[in-house]
Design a protein around this ligand. Structure first.
Ligand code: NAD
Length: 329
C-alpha cells in the first residue's frame, strides 16, 4: 500500500518512519495540508494519512475518489474536518485514533491552569530581566476551589484525576454519566449550575453541530467574576469575540487556549515572519491573562508513538480487509 502523508512535520514523521519498519508501507511525506489546492497530489495513492487541520470536504473527497484513494487514515481522534457522508458515498473508508494518550492532553490542560493562576509566564519574563518584583503575580490555591469539567470521556477523566489530586471540588457535565467520574467524587450537574459555581471551567467534549459556541456571551454572563476558562478541545466550542468582551468586563479572569476556531491557516507552521490577518487572534495574544498554545496538548513522545502505531495498524487491517474497531464509516 502506498500512502500520501499530509501535514508532515519532523516530530510526527520520525515515529511513523520508525514504526513503519514493522509494516513496510510506502509512505510519501507532504508538508502541505490536504485541501482543495493540494488534493491533486493524491493521484495514484491507495490511502491518505491526515491530521486535525487537513480539510476533507466533499470537493476534496471527490478528488480523492477520482485519484484512486480508498482510505482516509486520521492521525487524531476528532473527525469534524471530514465530510463522512461524502466519504461514504465515494466508497472511501475512514479510520481514526480514538485514544492515544488522554493523559498527555490532561497534563497540558492542567499546565495551562497552573501557569495562568500563578503567572508563571510573566515570572519567566521578569526574572530573565532581573526583575524580582512580585506585584501582579498573586494567584489562588487550587485546593478547595471548584472545577467545572464539560465532557467526562477519556481526557475529561484524566483531567479529573489530576484535579482531584490538587484537592479541588469537581462539578461535571456530560449527557452520559461515567462511573469513574462518580468514583472520583465528581457531581453531575446541569450546565447552568456548573457555569454558576465553577472557579475553573475546562472543555473536554467533541465539537458537534449542537454545541458550536457552547461558551458564548450568554454562558459567560452566568459565570463567576474572574472565572478561568481552558479550551484544549476544539476552537469552535468557544466564541472568541464574546470571550474578548468577557475579558474586558472582568467576567473572564484568565483564558488558556490550545485550540482556536480559525487555527486552520495558522497553527503547525512558523508564521513569525508573516503579517497575520486575524484581528481576533492579535487581540487574544495581547492580553497578559491569556495564554495560547498551538494545538500542542497531545505532543508527548508517548502520544506520538501511540498515534503512529495505531494509525499504521488501522491501515494494515483495512489493507487486509480485516475488521477494524477504529473505522468510523
Ligand atoms: P471522548 O469521546 O472519550 O469523550 C468525549 C465526551 O464528551 C463523551 O463522554 C461525550 O458523552 C461528551 N460530550 C459529547 N457532547 C457533549 C456536550 N455537548 N456536553 C458535554 N459533554 C459532551 O473524547 P476524548 O478522547 O476525551 O477527547 C475529547 C476532545 O478532546 C476531542 O473531541 C478532541 O476535540 C479534543 N482533543 C484535543 C487534543 C489536543 O491536542 N488539543 C488532542 C486530542 C483530543
Amino acid at each position: 500500500m502506498n500512502i500520501a502523508f499530509f501535514s508532515s512535520q519532523p516530530y510526527m514523521q520520525q515515529p511513523f518512519a520508525e514504526h513503519n519498519r514493522n509494516y513496510g508501507f510506502d509512505i510519501t511525506w507532504f508538508e502541505a495540508r490536504l485541501e482543495a489546492q493540494t488534493a491533486a497530489l493524491c493521484q495514484g495513492f491507495d490511502a491518505v494519512c491526515v491530521f486535525v487541520n487537513d480539510k476533507l470536504d466533499a470537493e476534496v473527497i471527490h478528488t480523492l475518489a477520482s485519484a484512486g484513494v480508498g482510505i482516509i487514515a486520521l492521525r487524531c481522534a476528532g473527525y469534524n474536518n471530514v465530510d463522512l457522508e461524502a466519504a461514504r458515498a465515494a466508497g472511501i473508508r475512514v479510520v481514526r485514533v480514538p485514544a492515544y494518550s488522554p493523559e498527555a492532553v490532561a497534563e497540558h490542560t492542567v499546565g495551562l491552569m497552573l501557569t495562568l493562576n500563578r503567572h508563571i509566564h510573566k515570572a519567566y519574563q521578569r526574572t530573565r530581566d532581573a526583575n524580582f518584583s512580585l506585584n501582579g503575580l498573586v494567584g489562588f490555591n487550587m485546593h478547595g476551589k471548584t472545577a467545572g469539567i464539560i465532557g467526562t470521556g477519556k481526557i475529561g477523566l484524566a483531567t479529573l484525576r489530576i484535579l482531584q489530586g490538587l484537592g479541588m471540588n469537581l462539578l461535571v457535565h456530560d449527557p452520559v454519566e461515567s462511573p469513574e467520574a462518580l468514583a472520583l467524587g465528581a457531581r453531575y450537574v446541569p450546565l447552568e449550575q456548573l457555569f454558576r459555581e465553577a472557579d475553573v471551567i475546562s472543555l473536554h467534549c467533541p465539537l458537534l453541530h449542537d454545541n458550536y459556541h457552547l461558551l458564548c456571551r450568554e454562558s459567560f454572563a452566568q459565570m463567576k467574576d474572574g472565572v478561568m476558562i481552558i479550551n484544549t478541545s476544539r476552537g469552535g466550542l468557544l466564541n472568541a469575540l464574546d470571550a474578548i468582551d468577557a475579558i474586558n468586563n472582568g467576567r473572564i479572569g484568565s483564558l488558556g487556549l490550545d485550540v482556536y476556531e480559525e487555527e486552520e491557516n495558522l497553527f503547525f507552521a512558523d508564521n513569525s515572519g508573516e503579517i497575520i490577518h486575524d484581528d481576533t487572534f492579535h487581540l487574544l495574544s495581547a492580553y497578559p491573562n491569556v495564554i495560547l498554545t498551538g494545538h500542542q496538548a497531545f505532543l508527548t513522545h508517548e502520544a506520538l508513538a501511540a498515534i503512529a502505531r495505531i494509525t499504521l495498524d488501522n491501515l494494515q487491517r483495512l489493507a487486509r480487509n480485516e475488521p477494524c474497531d477504529n473505522q468510523i464509516n
